[in-house]
Write a protein that binds this ligand. Structure first.
Ligand code: NAP
Length: 531
């Protein structure tokens, strides 16, 4: 039988794709990367909206696999902004010479598993067909934008844009009347930056989200030097950390502390800033009372910052417990509502009716706008896979098999789709973990698994049904106590027929996940059927 064109085809040149190509070529595999954008960067290429910035500290949200790379790159800020992150990813691509393995400006429009030839047959929009033994999807969990479907959008005379596909040549917002729809991480960051630039900003909020200050500042050279001294130890520690980074963790259960001490601890976390607000009390993710204590603290902060009490109450996040959706991390978000040029439109009580040639019409009000910014989220987890039309030998999409929720082994492979690797997919910690660390962990596992199979003369890898069922049951078990499983958002799959809820990422913590992956590898990659 002829050999496939490549050992591995990698889809996507974001953080995961860059490392995939580097890791897999380094172990001697022939690799072709395919990327629709003209450049590396993935989400950090496309999300070029004003204010876009990482919400984990840059000292940890970067590649840790290469000591010299880590030591030589100096972040300018504690939380790097999108342009710097993109410069970093280009630098990594150059340093490890991965670009030559990529076809840019090329989209995968179809991929089929050919069982007889044991290979993936991949079609691109350039009309090419290439074959690969393995298909590695580093397509991201939050990369396929949700389409804005608002009546009348086609009639709008101004310009409309998506935060997730911000025009690379920018959008001039100076002196413009701008509306931002959506108040998740993207909307919060974009609105904060746009408020400083636009003549008028209207923020259209359906659900008030929790946002905590980042306390961004210049990067700390002492911390960088400290971490650089022993990167092997840093790698060990992040692998043993619940979210794959070394920010402050749990201090104990909320009830272990007096109200006065709790307040001090909350003040300290608030002063630290960012996501660690979710890892203060060990029971705040599982106990509603512990959760309420942290939620109330943030709600009071909103009331302290926003001067108009009516606007403040609309912004107060009380629709769901804190941390059950992604926490927003901001740089002066609530403060913008004290500016004369900013209006909050509460579209829960006064819903959007339609978009008109001149702006947005709600049930009670009409907003005159030059630019509409959609920050309405993503077709999370399966959007990019479906977009590439990846089908097994029976012609099924992964999402056809996952109608009642994702089924995977280790969040990495799914039965019925041999040789397909879903990097940081459903059933892995995924969006709950530091993505750089997680990508590297997954791709190292994949590289080792391919080597292991080849040493045994195997070129077909598929998880067994039993391993998949056991993993899916285990993931459901660890998610059972989590309050966040009860709250609707992109991390929860709800079955319409019986209302059953499946928490999509692995909720047991990155540390537990890594431990289990090690155990699987040490047991000869138990649960994978090699042929
Ligand atoms: P998101 O969290 O899904 O938020 C989407 C927002 O749009 C929500 O406020 C949602 O309201 C609103 N929305 C959706 N459809 C709407 C409609 N038809 N009408 C009115 N409002 C609508 O999306 P995101 O902000 O892009 O963030 C997604 C994830 O990307 C984040 O959770 C985070 O993991 C990642 N992200 C990270 C960063 C960072 O690192 N700093 C930045 C951006 C994004 P409802 O809540 O009512 O549905």
């Amino acid at each position: 039988m002829s050999r496939p064109d490549r050992d591995v085809i990698v889809i996507g040149a974001g953080m995961g794709g860059i490392y995939a190509v580097h890791r897999l070529t380094r172990q001697g595999l022939s690799v072709l990367g395919i990327e629709s954008a003209p450049e590396v960067g993935g989400v950090w290429y496309h999300n070029a909206y004003p204010g876009a910035r990482v919400d984990l500290e840059s000292h940890y949200y970067c590649y840790l696999f290469d000591d010299d790379l880590y030591r030589e790159w100096r972040w300018s800020e504690r939380y790097a902004a999108q342009p710097e992150l993109l410069r970093y990813l280009k630098h990594v691509a150059d340093r490890f010479d991965v670009r030559r393995h990529f076809r840019f400006r090329t989209s995968v429009v179809g991929a089929r598993w050919n069982e007889d030839a044991r290979r993936w047959v991949v079609e691109t929009d350039a009309g090419d067909v290439v074959t690969g033994r393995f298909l590695v999807c580093t397509t991201g969990q939050l990369s396929k934008a949700r389409e804005p479907r608002f009546p009348g959008l086609g009639t709008f005379r101004g310009r409309w844009v998506l935060t997730s596909h911000w025009p690379q040549d920018g959008v001039d917002l100076r002196g413009k009347k701008v509306g931002v729809i959506g108040t998740g991480s993207s909307g919060v960051q974009a609105s904060t930056a746009i408020a400083a630039e636009a003549e008028r900003l209207v923020v259209f909020q359906r659900t008030p989200n929790y946002s905590v200050p980042a306390h961004n500042r210049p990067a700390d050279p002492v911390l960088h030097a400290e971490l650089s001294r022993d990167l092997a130890a840093v790698r060990r520690k992040v692998a043993a950390a619940p979210a794959g980074n070394l920010t402050p963790g749990y201090v104990g259960r909320a009830a272990d502390f007096s109200p006065k001490r709790r307040r001090e601890l909350l003040d300290e976390r608030w002063a630290f800033g960012g996501q660690p607000m979710l890892t203060l009390f060990s029971d705040q993710g599982t106990d509603l009372e512990a959760n309420r204590i942290v939620g109330d603290y943030v709600r009071d902060k909103v009331r302290e910052v926003v001067k108009d009490p009516v606007v403040a109450e609309r912004l107060v996040p009380n629709a769901y417990p804190i941390g059950t959706r992604r926490l927003c991390v901001d740089t002066g978000y609530y403060e913008i509502f004290n500016q004369d040029n900013v209006t909050l439109a509460d579209i829960r009580s006064d819903p959007i009716r339609r978009i008109t040639p001149g702006g947005i019409e709600t049930r009670d009000t009409s907003y005159d706008l030059d630019v509409i910014v959609f920050a309405i989220g993503f077709e999370a987890f399966t959007g990019a896979l479906d977009g590439a039309d990846i089908r097994n030998a029976a012609g099924e999409l992964v999402s056809d098999r996952w109608r009642r929720g994702p089924q995977t082994y280790l969040g990495l492979m799914t039965a019925g789709f041999p040789n397909l690797f879903l990097i940081t997919g459903p059933g892995s910690p995924s969006v709950l973990a530091n993505m750089n660390v997680h990508n590297v962990q997954h791709l190292d596992f994949v590289g080792d698994l391919i080597d292991h199979a080849r040493e045994r003369g195997a070129d077909r890898i598929e998880p067994t049904r039993q391993a998949q069922d056991e993993w899916t049951a285990h993931a459901a078990e660890v998610a059972r106590p989590l309050i966040r499983r009860q709250v609707d958002n992109y991390m929860v799959h709800v079955n319409k027929d019986d209302g059953s809820r499946i928490f999509i990422p692995y909720g047991g913590g990155f540390h537990q996940y890594v431990r289990r992956c090690h155990a699987v590898a040490e047991a000869g990659f138990r649960g994978f059927d090699l042929r």
